[in-house]
Design a binder for this molecule. Sequence first.
Ligand code: PAF
Length: 300
Amino acid sequence: MNIVIIGQGAIGLLWYHHLAKSSKNAVSLFCSSRTTFIPSHYGFTDINLQSDELALTVADNAAFTDAELILICVKSYQVKAVIEALKSKISAHVIIVFCHNGMGACHNLADLQQSCLTLLTTHGCKINSPFHAQHTGLGHCDLGSIHGKISPLMRANITSTLEQALPTLTFTNDIKTKQWLKLAINCVINPLTAVENIDNGQLLDERFTPIITELISEIITVAVYEDVKFNFDELQEKIMQVAKNTAKNCSSMRSDMLQQRKTEIDYINGYIVSLAKKSGIPVPKNEKLVQLVKALSQVD
Ligand code: PAF
């Protein structure tokens, strides 16, 4: 399959690395326009701490024209600009897959003729240095349709291509619930690890139980207004399981903050706060975390 991956962050390189391994795929990477130097090789440290330097194929205009699948692995606040830039250079039949944290970034898809999917992951991955990613925690991926129609054949083809590259992966017809589950995971893990400057696993310490409990309760209340129902104990267990599986991981929000980059807080806890406002629901803990992250990150 002809695949273009947009974004050289941790998730972009994770997918590039795994998809490029198969001779059935022609994979190229499109880097952010702010990148001053694109190396001929990238580094990858796998889950068993095995490191490799591998050739990097950079996407040119022909790669975009020929692409059957485009994976957009950029930050949620960059999604809108990427969609606009893509419109003039891709075929009407290409399938676009969004792989970013948070919700609310894909609200301008209505006039897009291409079909779009979203890919949610609980894999832990980090950037050790520019163009060197490390896979730090095994996870699962869920794929689902968010815009337009996709033929059963194409759907099966994309699912098996992605599943073979990075198992396990499931195509789901109920992507909304999965998006909310991922949102809830990010609403708890990301801001708390960022504000406290701790690894994900440290959230298992019982001093965090009260704040985690309150955050989850607020998220469940807001989710009900979006027709998504969670059981408190099940949701809490799932969130703590991700914290455990990615125990040594530095969350993406903490990394952004440490590197003085803009965070995705507006699309994570900020998304909960904006929905809550519309429905008149108080969400003080989520609101407080949005304020704290913004105050500490300086660039938000
Ligand atoms: O944003 C992140 O860091 C990741 O989505 C997750 C799953 C919380 C692991 O660090």
